[in-house]
Design a protein around this ligand. Structure first.
Ligand code: IVH
Length: 666
């Protein structure tokens, strides 16, 4: 290929890949599969390798730097990154307003933004290219973490309209969902957990290997221009709009007003609604809009006089630890949990709180009988924050980890360098139970009606010995279980049947391979395309996949080396569980068939049933006619049922619908 031709193709690929990045990360709407994405990326990398002169620093191929960093350098910020003064009440905000008005007069406008609970980063661009990214450090000198920041897809590597120098300030953060998933994986993997999304984000950005940062689902919201030459901008609103135009992610949630009353109302509104956000905020930031007025107001050595951070009161509660019990997780990890005197906390009553592991208990010195402060990590998981030692009476009892598994009595071991204690019992019923609960959970095989109580019964009765056994249950067996009527049994059978056509990603996650979370399941499915290929993949093959590091790769290959796991997979295969990326069905098993649905179906909603039919090539019509092929009947059917009978149209129930769909999936 001639260089000219290569150049055109490289430009085209770069543009296309960045568009896909945007669709994937910002809009959450990928337009192509990961595999197709990889193909584009590989083509780009190949061309850049053959024609090194075409490799520019803004190339999307530079986002996931393969080389680990040797350590972090430091850099002086071009302008000091100031901190903010704090307000804790309406009165504090009014006093701030008074001070502003005294200096610049009554004609003042404020922009109110959410105060994202992450860490400040400064991104510097020269001639339009990202040249460095740094932490705030002490405000004057920060650590250079460019490689890690480059892995965040919403950080532009190149500005839309290049300028000689531009420095922007933003907040790097980890969304709540990513934080909870990460901690759950860490706990199961025997690693220390992060206290909150902020620490998790900071910890991820301080990793020397950029692959780790790349796997942590970080984001950056930009909110300030630190330095820009040669552009006349008058207000903060214009700054934010400009940043957006340049390709930065700017939080759309903000208010611009000249009324302090409205500022306060907005602050109160978000104090209430903060839990609805997908990321944590610890307050709001109130900023004077006019940049001229800002110059007049100036700054102290620490903070500008034109802005104020309103900090939410901490959502904590005090209660007493009645007991410390130990739960055994699906990988055998023992998690100590505090049983609390029930207490109201951030909108719910809490009676248990996680203590994570023995190190955590030791560090906080939590004892049975202690009065403790609890909060919700990631806004969801109740956690003991610290002990109110002044209130100790001397009767508190220190906790020690049991030497034997509380569920099966097997020896408990603590592996070197792990925070966790693990049960060594290969057939520990608690591990089996937890792995089944995981298998049927929403993001995994999503089997409705299989709650922990039924799982326990299935195990207790011996009907199920591993997850694959679920697929061989019969209705007759289920009705014999306590409290499981004929109807629930049938519903359960249908739900299990339905789960056979779940995605490969769901299945991979459901297997419970250590370190493989829902997102990793998706990545592996997209890249490998089938469970067979995952099983055959070597460690080094797996590590070629973005976001798959050594630890994860090792855990995956180890999983497939265990005889027991292979037996499960074999049984799942025999049961007809989907193990391919593309739905195994020829998409058109129901092609040319018209369906009418009437009555309430046991597990599917009307919409879901319609989707199932349409996804498999069938059509759904609202009324029965001679052209109708099947009428799907649920409880309390309408006149459509009578019409179907009179026209002698085949009537089927939900169960038969599933079977019809599956008939093409062998
Ligand atoms: S403005 C001089 N805006 O809060 C400008 N800060 O307590 C100062 N933060 O260090 C920052 N969201 O890390 C600003 N929308 C926002 C913010 C925000 C989060 C953080 C930032 C800063 C800290 C100040």
């Amino acid at each position: 290929m001639e260089i000219k031709e290569a150049k055109t193709r490289v430009e085209q690929l770069k543009k296309e890949i960045e568009e896909h990045n945007r669709a994937y990360y910002e809009l959450d709407r990928p337009r192509i599969s990961d595999r197709e994405y990889d193909e584009l990326m590989n083509e780009l990398i190949k061309l850049e390798t053959s024609f090194p002169e075409l490799l520019t620093p803004d190339s999307p191929s530079q986002r996931v730097g393969g080389k680990p960093l040797a350590g972090f350098q430091t850099m002086h910020h071009r302008e000091p990154l100031l901190s903010l003064g704090n307000a804790f009440s309406r009165e504090d905000l009014k006093a701030f307003h008074q001070r502003v008005v005294q200096t610049v007069g009554w004609d003042v406008e404020y922009v109110v933004e959410l105060k994202i609970d992450g860490l400040t980063v400064a991104l510097s661009y020269e001639d339009g290219f990202l040249v460095s990214g740094a932490t705030r450090g002490d405000g004057l000198v920060g650590e250079v973490i460019t490689q890690n920041l480059k892995t965040i897809a919403t950080v532009p590597l190149k500005l839309s309209e290049p300028v000689p120098v531009l420095v922007v300030r933003g907040e790097a953060f980890m969304p709540k969902k990513a934080f909870l998933e990460l901690n759950q994986e860490r706990e199961e993997g025997g690693e220390a957990v992060f206290a909150n999304p902020r620490n998790a984000a900071a910890g991820s950005l301080r990793q020397l290997d950029p692959k780790i940062a790349a796997s942590r689902q970080l984001q950056v919201f930009c909110y300030d221009l630190v330095y820009l030459e040669g552009k006349d901008i008058k207000t903060h609103q214009e700054v934010l709009e400009y940043l957006e135009e340049q390709g930065f992610l700017v939080n759309p949630l903000r208010l611009c007003t000249n009324s302090m009353e409205e500022v306060i109302a907005y602050v109160e509104q978000w104090t209430e609604k903060r839990h609805e956000l997908p990321y944590e905020i610890d307050g709001l930031v109130i900023k004077v809009n006019s940049l001229d007025q800002r110059r007049v107001l100036g700054a102290t050595s620490k903070a500008p006089r034109w802005a104020m951070a309103y900090k939410f009161p901490a959502e904590e509660a005090e209660t007493r630890v009645k007991d410390i019990i130990v739960r055994v997780g699906r990988t055998g990890v023992l998690t100590p949990t505090a049983v609390l005197e029930p207490v109201k906390l951030a909108g719910s009553t809490v009676s248990r709180a996680t203590l994570h592991n023995e190190d955590y208990i030791k560090e906080k010195d939590v004892r049975i009988g202690d009065r403790v402060i609890v909060h919700k990590a990631g806004d969801i998981i109740p956690e003991v924050v610290n002990v109110v030692k002044e209130k100790r009476t001397g009767t508190e009892i220190p906790f020690t980890m049991p030497e034997n598994c509380p569920e099966c009595g097997s020896r408990v071991v603590r592996l070197p360098e792990e925070a966790a204690f693990r049960c060594t019992g290969g057939a520990c019923p608690a591990q089996l139970r937890e792995s089944l609960i995981h298998f049927v959970s929403r993001d995994a095989m999503d089997i409705d009606g299989l709650g922990p109580a039924v799982v326990s019964q299935l195990l207790g009765s011996g009907l199920v010995q591993d997850m694959a056994d679920l697929y061989f249950l019969t209705k007759e067996q289920l009705v014999k279980l306590d409290r499981l009527g004929e109807k629930s049994a049938q519903n359960l059978i249908n739900a299990i049947e339905k789960s056979k056509s779940n995605t490969l990603a769901q299945l991979i996650f459901a297997l419970g391979i250590r370190y493989v979370g829902a997102r990793t399941g998706k990545i592996l499915a997209e890249h490998l395309g089938s469970l067979d290929r995952l099983q055959e993949a070597r460690e080094e093959d797996l590590m070629q996949i973005p976001e798959i590091g050594e630890k994860m790769a090792r855990s995956i290959t180890a999983y497939f080396q265990q005889e027991h796991n292979l037996r499960i997979i074999d049984k799942l295969k025999k049961a007809g569980v989907n193990m391919e990326m593309k739905q195994v069905a020829q998409k058109d098993v129901l092609k040319g068939k018209t369906f009418v649905i009437t009555g309430t179906l046991p597990t599917l909603s009307r919409k879901e049933a319609q989707k199932l039919i349409e996804e498999n090539g069938g059509k759904v019509s609202g009324s029965v006619s001679k052209k109708t092929d099947y009428v799907v009947v649920g409880e309390d059917p309408g006149s459509k049922y009578d019409k179907a009978l009179s026209l002698k149209i085949t009537v089927i129930n939900e169960d038969e619908l599933f079977r019809l769909v599956h008939s093409g999936k062998k």
